[in-house]
Design a protein around this ligand. Sequence first.
Ligand SMILES: [Ca+2]
Ligand SMILES: [Ca+2]
Length: 281
Amino acid sequence: MASVLTSLVWAASSVSAQTCTLDNWTSSVKTGDTLLAASRAQGNKAYAGPCSLKVTLNSSAAYLVDDTPTAETTFNVRFYFFLQSVGADVTLFEALDASDNSVMSATYDQSANLVNVVFEHSGGTETVPIGPLTTGWNSLEIQWEAKAAERAVVSLGNSATASNSAGSAEIDTSALTIGSVRLGAIPSPATVPSSGVIFFDDYDSRRDTVPGRLCRGLTDSSRSALNLEDVQAIFAEFATGGGSPASGTPDYDQNGSVDLQDVSDVFSRFATGQNACSANS
Ligand SMILES: [Ca+2]
Ligand SMILES: [Ca+2]
């Protein structure tokens, strides 16, 4: 079977047309326009490519469903998210079995400024907190396997990593499989907040390999290091007010806007020889 389960970016049909779509997802649960695929030029914050998903919080469920997973016993997932004026806990992600019972979930804890990842196992649930969150784009990655002595690995950005059972027993997930996932504002275990916005981008799930992080500042995925073309592409997006959007991940400092600071940051990485993607993820 293919390694990549689903790479659900909110792709534009072409960069110039900037028609962003959610059509790659199986289905959705929403009220009104609470799930909106749009580009940076159209007002979304987008981390990878011009498009992203905007989830508007209004106390009602608003999430996408991916039914691509089928009785998966290994599952690695990563997505980027940007919390804007979210004043209460919200469940961002959930993986479920074929009967829609939860296998794992990830919930933003507003007061503690972290994410609680909850894993089901034969003896109940185990919560793995990971943080602190930054004020810009965050990326959450979970590596999970169905096995009798499982240590799931959770990471936030490239700086924070945690796992279940650090210092205690591993968990028994051997009876579990994953049949679908949800991404957005999910009504359990947290209730959906009444206000705020969450942007999501570059959801990637795989069976065998681990998605890892995208190369910050890289505007041409055929390269593995930053160069002056990235500086030019990021400047062009800024100078045209978004009319000529950069491809790739131009928001080097991950603060939610593509501007002169990103131009300066990428130039600095290039000029100081720190331009390899391995040093900029
Ligand atoms: Ca995108
Ligand atoms: Ca930026």
